[in-house]
Write a protein of this length. Structure first.
Length: 149
């Protein structure tokens, strides 16, 4: 569990984490995306609808999301989306695997811009499903897009 220096649990909903969710407005979900998925967390019931367009190299050109999740899920989706453009599918797969290991206490946090804002969620197992959900969704959408290419 992440702890404050005085032994208390670290604050989960930091101003930085909460402000990230507002940035989702920059990534609207429209019906013009070529790849579309909807994923739901079995642990918390959060839902993310996600659309992707890829460039000719198969890298992310555009991403859109509709997120019905707690602030952790929303912020995780924003962290993903803010650095998604131009990234290859393998980068999302590596980040997803690193997050899974990190949540189990088996490795460091992923090397993804802004992910450190989500570190207070490590000590809150009830939020892990929401944190991982956007990453699962983008990997699923990329897999779907690759099969239609």
């Amino acid at each position: 569990m992440v702890r404050a220096s005085d032994g208390r649990s670290a604050k989960l909903y930091t101003p930085r984490l909460l402000s990230l969710s507002a940035q989702l407005a920059e990534f609207p979900l429209t019906d013009t995306f070529l790849s579309y998925v909807e994923v739901r967390s079995r642990t918390c019931g959060s839902v993310i609808e996600l659309g992707l367009d890829l460039d000719t190299d198969g890298d992310v050109r555009r991403i859109g999301m509709q997120v019905s999740a707690c602030a952790v899920g929303q912020s995780s989706a924003a962290v993903l989306a803010l650095a998604a453009k131009g990234r290859a599918p393998s980068e999302f797969e590596a980040a997803q695997a690193a997050i899974e290991r990190w949540l189990k206490g088996e490795g460091p946090a992923p090397n993804w811009p802004g992910f450190d804002a989500l570190e207070p969620a490590l000590g809150h197992a009830g939020r892990h499903g929401a944190l991982l959900l956007p990453w699962n969704g983008v990997v699923q959408a990329l897999s779907s897009a690759a099969s239609t290419r």
